[in-house]
Design a binder for this molecule. Structure first.
Ligand code: BGC
Length: 444
């Protein structure tokens, strides 16, 4: 049956072809699950693999961790320092201070980055007395040697900070805190945001029932994407799954062009992330629109902002995908902001494409998740909790349901039903506080 737009009208053949290119077959996704599992095994064995499977030195919490912890959350342009009070499986934010980087800081010095962070820590600890453990959420790739020693690997999400790669981010922060006379703040742990999500969910579970099975996977789906998992015999590992390269087989022409033309992350790097995460979904849609504008009577929008790379961000893509209004007036508004006056047919077509890009991201995430879960439990015989956070997961309409659909598509329904997706909104700082409390207890 020929594809139809959501008013039931037959799609323009070129739009239908683009949607098809953005819709991997079930079989191709099953191959992806297998490839993901093999890449995990290779990464863990130290063989060449696009999955680094980095050790985290983080242990599951007992649920009884308590006290005040400072947390720095840095994983992009905006960051946050918080004071978190832990107790009884609950993490409560008592104070916070946001900080923001300038565009130029992305390529500036590590010293400048940590100076901005230390400045925010200084503002937040003003009212606090006594020694304070600090957890640093570093949501970029890092090779940990201890829970409080993390050597930065090459950065993602468009960052190229000078003097960071190969250096210990905990030590850089210690030095910056020292410059401000903040020696009573101890950098106790460095953790990735995926690990923070996992640990927060475990803390909540065990805060209520100490013997309960903790969360096993942490998944972030925001500007970037990544998974961490508690693997039998290997402990909690940071997959850096945004770098998984098994997606090449299901890539559409726009994914390949984006990967080729983007300098940072370099071509070939972060392939999974470039097809599934918020930093890229809008741009994939924009590229598809521009291409169709050249070959069809639709989208003759040359001269508008849609010519400009990255002008269509994922928040706009989500807005289009969510637009159920008659006449698609929400989409009209979004396009007008880009300098485009559209027809209803064009708006419906943009919506089809937006939903294809967003739906594909959810199915890719489901496949990668099943890769991890079947690595842990091949037949999915047991129940598993996945802690999920991130702007796309929370912001794209029905994303969680789409991931669940994907799990049902790729695993038998009964097995998929054993996978519990727990949305842990704003988990990063709270989770890192638990990680720092566990580490501080061990170091004491
Ligand atoms: C980073 C990961 C991070 C993920 C989600 C990726 O780009 O490499 O370390 O967990 O984004 O923030």
């Amino acid at each position: 049956m020929a594809p139809r737009d959501d008013l039931g009208r037959q799609s323009h053949p070129a739009v239908a072809a683009a949607v098809a290119a953005l819709t991997p077959s079930t079989e191709a996704l099953r191959d992806l699950v297998r490839a993901f599992r093999s890449a995990m095994a290779a990464g863990l064995a130290g063989r060449p693999s696009s999955l680094k499977m980095l050790p985290t030195f983080v242990e599951q919490p007992r649920g009884d961790e308590s006290g005040r912890v400072i947390v720095v959350d840095w994983g992009g342009t905006n960051g946050r320092v918080s004071v978190i009070e832990l107790g009884g499986g609950d993490a409560r934010m008592v104070a916070e201070d946001d900080f923001a980087f300038r565009e130029s800081d992305r390529t500036g010095s590590a010293e400048r980055v940590f100076d901005v962070i230390a400045g925010a820590v200084e503002r937040v600890v003003r009212g606090e007395s006594g020694p304070l453990p600090l957890g640093l959420v570093y949501s970029f790739p890092a090779r940990l040697e201890r829970v409080d020693r993390a050597l930065a690997l090459s950065l993602t999400k468009g960052w190229r900070t000078v003097g960071l790669e190969g250096h210990d981010v905990a030590e850089l922060l210690r030095v910056a805190l020292g410059r401000r006379g903040l020696g009573r703040v101890t950098v106790a742990a460095v953790a990735n945001d995926t690990v923070a999500a996992l640990i927060l969910q475990s803390y909540r579970i065990r805060g209520h029932a100490a013997v309960a099975t903790p969360a096993e996977v942490g998944l972030i789906l925001g500007t970037g994407t990544n998974q961490a998992a508690d693997l039998p015999g290997a402990g909690i590992r940071n997959h850096e799954s945004g770098n998984f390269d098994g997606v090449e087989a299901v890539a559409a022409p726009w994914d390949r062009a984006l990967d080729r033309e983007l300098a940072d992350p370099a071509p070939g790097a972060q392939r999974f992330e470039k097809m599934a995460a918020g930093g890229y979904l809008g741009e994939i849609l924009r590229r598809a629109i521009v291409d169709l504008g050249r070959s069809t009577p639709l989208f003759r929008w040359a001269g508008s902002a849609t010519d400009t790379p990255w002008s269509l961000d994922t928040v706009r893509l989500s807005g289009v995908a969510a637009d159920e209004s008659e006449d698609r007036s929400g989409t009209d508004e979004i396009l007008r902001a880009l300098g485009v006056i559209s027809t209803l047919e064009e708006r419906l077509a943009v919506r089809e494409l937006a939903r294809a890009v967003g739906g594909r991201a959810a199915r890719l995430v489901a496949a990668a998740l099943l890769g991890t879960l079947t690595f842990i439990d091949p037949e999915l015989d047991s129940e598993h909790t996945v802690a999920v956070d991130g702007g796309v997961y929370g912001g794209y309409p029905g994303f969680a349901e789409r991931v669940r659909d994907g799990l049902r598509e790729l695993a038998r329904a009964q097995r998929a039903g054993r996978v519990h997706l727990a949305y842990v909104k704003d988990s990063t700082s709270a989770g890192a506080a638990v990680i720092a409390a566990v580490a501080a207890r061990r170091q004491a």
